[in-house]
Design a protein around this ligand. Sequence first.
Ligand code: NDP
Ligand code: MG
Length: 405
Amino acid sequence: MNTSANPSTGASRQRVCILGATGSVGTSTLDVISRHPDRFELFALTAHSRVEELLRQCVAWRPRFAALPDAAQAGDLLVRLREQGIATEVLCGAQALCDLAAHEEVDTVMAAIVGAAGLAPCLAAAHAGKRLLLANKEALVVGGALFMDAVHAGGATLLPIDSEHSAIFQCLPEDRARWAHRIDHILLTSSGGPFRQRDPATFGEITPDEACAHPNFAMGRKISVDSATMMNKALEVIEARWLFELAPQQIRIVIHPQQIVHSMVVCRDNSVLAQLGTPDMRVPIAYGLSFPERIESGAAQLDFTSLAALTFEAPDFERCPGLALAWETLRGPEGSTTVLNAANEAAVAAFLAGTIRFDQIHSVIAHALERIDVGSAGHDSLEALLEIDSRARRQAAQFVKGLAP
Ligand code: NDP
Ligand code: MG
């Protein structure tokens, strides 16, 4: 690793690049890093639309680089940084994210961009052999095989940040080469989302703000809607397939509203391993940053004496029709999960913009999956996957036009 010497302690520090620093995972990562100035040095921060927040972060952290997609916004940020005497270099455009993720001075990349836009920088970090902390689950859903090939070819260390996948990772023995035949299946837990007990006949009335009010986590708006439709869990099933090299039938879901058990591994001998804790993303983030060590995360300790009950129930596939699409697309032709992700992103954006109703999200996804033929398409390059992604978005957009809100 390219580590720098800490002038005060002489110890080496990891240089960290946070992709998506202004989001929920990005700011939680900064919170954990702020607790360990002896271990981590902030090298680069990237954002998309929240320029004021990025400016604030640059003033507080003084990273070597900051990046924004838009040249005018990047220019504005640069002027304002210089006015405050801050020397952070400002880059712009999508390529800047890849350059920073693969920069020779970076040790650790936190992939906290939302959506398929995160795939290219993740691939760049993987090829460059970085320690890659993956929150951006969509990157694996869009291009799982390509992504994992890049991780192996580049010698990267891929560490899951999604709380369920971090839990599975924490349950598995250090000797990971022998996981596969020790596991019967894994159980990904789900809160069930904010509408677990709501009458499905009223799903059409759900507003974006209601959908974004998650019971246990304050998250970005896209993942909040995904949690409400349970598409988040569908994406996580696909994510788990790639992270842990499991067959689709080895991945199951259980509803656990309290979100204390973050996921479980059921072994061949039916012994069950679970990881527990208060629901706080700083735990998986701290573990990813410090693995194989453990560092203080800022999360509250679990008080077992104050837990009323831990309950578990089966998921309701009728209430959440998108859930079954995880297994269907994993068993379908390669590229199907790319379509699933793109159509979901398009449908969620349309819902958040007030163009379609909550209960129409699934029909947009189902329509795109039905119409897009991925059989003949290539899937072995980023360009080929992005082509499928664009076709699915176009198909979804056309369908959305025909839907009345
Ligand atoms: P947010 O929406 O809060 O943050 C997303 C970040 O990505 C922001 O920094 C945003 O910039 C940036 N961004 C958005 N679009 C683009 C783009 N096209 N190109 C480059 N950057 C972009 O999301 P979350 O932090 O909630 O989630 C991030 C990822 O982590 C998602 O994949 C999510 O599924 C996953 N995750 C999140 C969890 C959570 O608790 N939040 C839990 C587990 C996984 P800006 O803000 O400047 O617009
Ligand atoms: Mg999760």
